[in-house]
Write a protein that binds this ligand. Sequence first.
Ligand SMILES: Cc1cc2nc3c(=O)[nH]c(=O)nc-3n(C[C@H](O)[C@H](O)[C@H](O)COP(=O)(O)OP(=O)(O)OC[C@H]3O[C@@H](n4cnc5c(N)ncnc54)[C@H](O)[C@@H]3O)c2cc1C
Length: 453
Amino acid sequence: MTSIFETDADFQEKLDWVSRFVRDEIEPVDQLVEHAWNVNDPQRNALIRPLQEKVKEQGLWACHLGPELGGPGFGQLKLALLNERIGHTHSGPVVFGCHAPDSGNGEILAHFGSPELKQRYLEPLLANEIVSAYSMTEPQGGSDPTAFVTRAELDGDEWVLNGEKWFSSHANFASFLIVMAVTDPDAARHARASMFVVPVDTPGVEIVRGVSVYGHHEPVGTHPYVRYTNVRIPADHLLGERGQGFHVAQTRLGGGRIHHAMRTVGLVRESLDMMLERAVSRVSGGEALGRRQLVQQMIADSHIQLQQFRLLVLQTAWRIDQEQDYRKVIVDIASVKAAMPDVLRDVAGRAIQVHGSLGISEEMPFGKWVLESYHMGLADGATELHKLQIAQRLMRDVQPAAGLFPSRHLPALRASAQEQYADLLTDEAQEAQEAQEAQEPKEPKEPKEVVAP
Ligand SMILES: Cc1cc2nc3c(=O)[nH]c(=O)nc-3n(C[C@H](O)[C@H](O)[C@H](O)COP(=O)(O)OP(=O)(O)OC[C@H]3O[C@@H](n4cnc5c(N)ncnc54)[C@H](O)[C@@H]3O)c2cc1C
C-alpha cells in the first residue's frame, strides 16, 4: 500500500535502484546526447537503447500505462515518486518510456484509435521505435482553441486538412502528428473541432521552420511551425467522434500536466541540492556562504516551497488514483500546473544567486531551468487560464449570502449562539452580550435597491 506519506518496501527498493541508475548512467548520457527524442540519431540510439533495456528488466518501463498497454499500471502516485527522481535529467523520461508528448498521444490512441491505427502507430510508439507530436496551437493564438481555423473537410473516404500549427514540439523527429482541426464550423463553440492522426510523410505536411526556445542551442529548433496544405488522410484517421476534439484533448492534457509537475519536483530538488553544496563550499569574507543569514533565508524559502509543491503534486496524484477520472480532479491538476512555474523559477533563480557569476554562466544549468519555468507557464495552457479555472470551479456551487452581511458575520453568529445557549449563560454574560448588540449594525429590513453603474 502506498500513501502520500509512505511507500511500500518493494517499491522503495525500485526507487532506490532508480536513484542509483540516474546518477551512474543517465546523468553521464545527458552530457553526450543532443536530443533524446531523436530516434533517427544513431549516437543517441547507441547510448539510450541499452539503458531502456535495463529499465524494462526492472519492470519500470512505461509506468504511466496499465498492463493492457505494456506498462506495470502502478498508478499516478508511484509514477510521481519515480518521476521526481528522473525529472532533472534530459534523457530520463525517454529512458523510462514515460516522456511527453508521446505519453499523452499514446493515451489518445489507446482510447480513441481503431485497431489498425493502434497496430500501426501505438505499438511502435510504446516501444519508442518512433516518436510523435501534438499539433494543436495555431500561430494566431493558443489560449483560445475556439478561435482555431485549421480545417478538415470530408471528401469521399478521405479527410483533407488545410491550415497552420505552431509549436508542434518534436514534429521534426515525429512519424505522426495528432492534429486538431475544425470539421463543423457552424456547430456550438466546443463541438466544432475533431482530432486526427496525420502521418508526417503525407504529401502536403510541411515543416515551415524549426522554432527554438531561447537559450537552447539546437542546430534545428524542436518546436516546429507546421503547414498543412491539402493533406489527405483516410477517414479512419479521425480519433473519437467527429466534433469531439476538445473531449479527446482533455484525455491527454490532464495527465500531461501532472506528469510535468512530477518531473519539476525533481528539477527543483536538484536546484536546492546544488545550492546547498555551494553554500557549504564557497568561502567569502572568511566564512562559508551558508553562514550568512541572507543565504540561509534563500535556502529555507526554497525548502519550504519545494515541500509545499511536492505535497500538492503527491496529493493530486493520489486523488487521480482514487477517482480514476481527470475531470473530477481538475481543480487539483490546475493548482499544480499554476504553482509549478513560480516554484521552479524562484528556486532555480536563488541557485543562480548563491552561485554568483558562475551560476549565471553557461557552465551551470540554472539559467536554462529558470527559462524552463516559463515553458511550464505556457505549455499545456497558460498559467492565467488555469487560475481562472480554479477560481471559477471553486465559486461554482457557492450560494450568495442571503442578506446584506456575510452569512458568517460575527454579530449574527454571536446572537444566534446566545439564543442557542440562553439557558446556560450567566446574567453578566447576557448583559455584556446585550450591551455589545446595542452597538452593532443591524440588518436592514428591506435591502436597498442596488443601481448598476
Ligand atoms: C515549451 C513549449 C512547448 C509547447 N508544445 C506544444 C505542443 O507540442 N503542441 C501544441 O499544440 N502547443 C504547444 N505549445 C504551445 C502552448 O500550448 C501555448 O503556448 C499556450 O497554449 C499559450 O498559447 P500562445 O502561446 O498562443 O499564447 P496566447 O494565447 O497568445 O497568450 C499569451 C498570454 O496572454 C495571456 N492570456 C491569454 N488568454 C488569457 C485569458 N483568457 N485570461 C488571462 N490571460 C490570458 C496569458 O498571460 C498568456 O500567456 C508549447 C509551448 C511551449 C512554451
